[in-house]
Design a protein around this ligand. Structure first.
Ligand code: ZN
Length: 176
């Protein structure tokens, strides 16, 4: 049964853990993916990685609002980045660091290989918002948060803001 999961916030050590490959897509994994989609939608996130709900598993989900309202949310298991290109600066937020947003430079495009929930190997080439969310979630599976990609001083300021409970009203921004 799917349910709303607790999202781990900055400071929780599980966010620094490296996710492990999923060997078998059993009912537990399917249930986890369903609950992650439910949780992501509930908190209006663009994406959610398993480590953010305390599971050290190589799995993330991406919302319909990124992949297209006419499509199913994307479930990505055991992702591998085959290629990247370009560079672009975009603003990011994170469900594990609520209220904090920053401009982050990342590659513009990604060629991703992964397994879907049916256990089939898939490849995907993406740019724009989809690529951005993929990079952000991929980082989560390696124990990285978006501010780890910023210079030390900016990161320090953002952490201080987060600790002070500094919340900006930016409902229109992406939270992943
Ligand atoms: Zn995040």
């Amino acid at each position: 049964m799917k349910k709303i999961l607790e999202i781990r916030l900055y400071g929780d050590p599980v966010l620094r853990e490296k996710a492990e490959k999923i060997r078998k897509i059993d009912e537990k994994i399917k249930e986890l993916a369903e609950s992650m989609i439910e949780t992501m939608d509930y908190y209006e996130g663009a994406g959610l990685a398993a480590t953010q709900v305390g599971e050290k598993l190589s799995l993330f989900v991406i919302s319909r609002k990124i992949v297209g309202e006419d499509k199913e949310p994307l479930v990505v298991i055991n992702p591998e980045i085959l290629d990247i290109w370009g560079e672009i600066i975009m603003e990011e937020g994170c469900l594990s660091i609520p209220g904090i947003y920053a401009e982050v430079e990342r590659p513009e495009g990604v060629h991703l290989k992964y397994i879907n929930l049916e256990g089939e190997e898939r490849e995907l080439k993406a740019e724009g918002m989809l690529a951005r969310v993929i990079f952000h979630e991929f980082d989560h599976l390696n124990g990285m948060l978006f501010w780890d990609r910023l210079d030390r001083e900016t990161k320090r300021i953002l952490i201080a803001q987060f600790k002070k409970g500094f919340i900006r009203n930016k409902e229109d921004k992406i939270r992943v």
